[in-house]
Every structure is written in C-alpha cells, then in structure tokens.
Ligand binder design. Structure first.
Ligand code: KIV
Ligand code: NA
Length: 275
C-alpha cells in the first residue's frame, strides 16, 4: 500500500481537499480506519471512551504511549498523532519536550497534539525547533474543563472569541503544523480558517475548516454515555455486539455451542484415519 502521509503533506492541504481524520486507540480499530483517513489521532478521549473516566484529566503518559504504539502498529498509511495528556506538558517547555520525546520515541508516531492558546506558544516553538511536530487544539479544550466549568461551546461572546483567535494565531506563529478547532461557534471557526496560514481541523467547528475529525466510537455507536451535537452517527455497533453476546449466551445455555467443528479430535493413531 501507499507510504505514510507526512506532516508537511497535511500542512500543504491548506485550502485544498479536506483532511479526513478519526481517532483510534487500538490496533484492530487502526487497521479498519487506516485506508480511509489521512490522519489517525490517538486522543486522550480514550480516558472516557475506553476507560470509563469522567474526564480526560486522569489519563497518563504511559497510557498514551501504550495506545499510541498500538495504533502505529495497526496502520501504514495514515499520519499518526498522539495527544499529550494533562499534566505532561503544561508546566514548562522542557517538561513538554521530555514527555513528547518519550511519545515520539516509544510509539513511532509522527507528531503530538497539545491543548491551549497563547500560553502554549513558547512550548510549541520549543518542541518544533527540536524536531517534534505539534498539532494545536483550541476552543473547547477538555483538559481545562475545571476552569471552563463544562463542555459548552466556546466563542459565543466577543471576548471569548478574541481569546480563541489570539491563541490560534499564537500557536500557528509558533510553528504548529495545523490546529484542531473544537466546539467553537461556526462563524469564528470559519473566520479562523480563512485567516490562519495553517490548516484547521474542525470538530464542532465549521464545514469550511480544512479538515474534520470525530471520535470513532461516537460515529459507530460504541460510546453512548453522551453524544455531542457535532457528532454524526454512521453505525450502531453496540446493537450488533449485544446481539452477538445474546446469541452466544443462548447457544451455551442450550448446549448448541461448541459444535463438532469447534472441538479437537483425539490424536490420529497408526491405522485409524482421522479428520
Ligand atoms: O482526545 C480526542 O479525541 C481529541 C479529538 C476529539 C480532537 O482531542
Ligand atoms: Na484530546
């Protein structure tokens, strides 16, 4: 198959064919998605989606590295980006470099993502100048849920919109190769897409963004705790999994499973033919 999409190739998509991106946390899911997307994000949303945590804050660097490596192993085409989790980068550019260098070296991914605006510009520049491509993330930034007070859409007031715009320009200027705009009023996401020189990747952003990303489990019906307004549902796999488990349970209780084709015959002896 084709070689992997590179970070500069994603940046070059500004204003062109939309960048298609989904999250992946595991090897089997990465294998399914890889042929269809340009970028796979190993998001810290895995804390909520895979581990049942009630925010992304408890996710650790070791968790991100384990899942990042699994996704790299399960893909050969998409550009793999791994989220830096809460607490692993906010303290200083040096702390961010140590965390990001572990992620890059131990997973084989192509880039990291971190949340934040102007306050993260020095960190983005520090990483990029030392060989680590950075995907920005502005607007609704789930690692700041305790400061923001919830997951409501951002940029509704002019003041909040200005802060988001200032932050997006600061991290673009600092060298981010693209910027995720999450949960942000459509007009602002559209304006930022028009004004920024790097691609914007929307999730609850705007159809005008240079790309789109969603959480895979949200679009296939494998995460049903809550569904943000910006999610479009393309399948309902939880129904099929429940039906499979029910059919298996019925078979076991009725002794219909295992059948003759699922059990091992004794070792063939000298003159007795044996299937
Ligand atoms: O953690 C995540 O999945 C993300 C995307 C939703 C952008 O950050
Ligand atoms: Na994330």
């Amino acid at each position: 198959s084709r070689r992997r999409v590179t970070v500069p190739e994603l940046t070059a998509r500004k204003g062109g064919t939309p960048i298609v991106s989904l999250t992946a946390y595991t090897t089997p899911m990465a294998r399914q998605l890889d042929p269809h997307v340009d970028m796979l994000l190993v998001g810290d949303s895995l804390g909520m989606v895979l581990y049942g945590m009630d925010s992304t804050l408890p996710v650790t660097l070791d968790m991100m590295i384990a899942h990042g490596a699994a996704v790299v192993r399960g893909s050969s085409h998409a550009c793999v980006v791994v989220d830096l989790p809460f607490g692993s980068y906010q303290e200083s550019p040096e702390a961010a470099f140590r965390s990001a260098a572990r992620v890059m070296a131990e997973t084989g991914c192509a880039a990291v993502k971190l949340e934040g605006g102007a306050e993260m510009a020095r960190t983005v520049e520090f990483l990029v100048h030392r060989g680590i491509p950075v995907l920005g993330h502005v607007g609704l930034t789930p690692q700041s849920v305790n400061v923001l007070g919830g997951y409501r859409a951002r940029g509704r007031s002019g003041q909040e919109g200005n802060a988001i715009a200032t932050g997006a320009f600061a991290i673009a200027e600092a060298g981010a190769f693209a910027i995720v705009i999450e949960g942000t009023v459509e007009t602002l996401a559209r304006q930022l897409t028009a004004d920024l020189s790097v691609p914007t990747i929307g999730i609850g952003g705007s159809p005008a963004c240079d790309g789109q990303i969603l959480v895979t489990e949200d679009i296939v019906g494998l995460f049903n705790d809550f569904t943000p307004k910006f999610v479009k549902r393309y399948a309902d796999l939880s129904v099929q999994i429940g039906q499979a488990a029910q059919a298996y349970a019925d078979d076991v209780r009725a002794r219909r499973f295992p059948g003759p084709e699922h059990v091992f015959a004794p070792k063939p002896s000298g003159n007795t033919p044996n299937a």
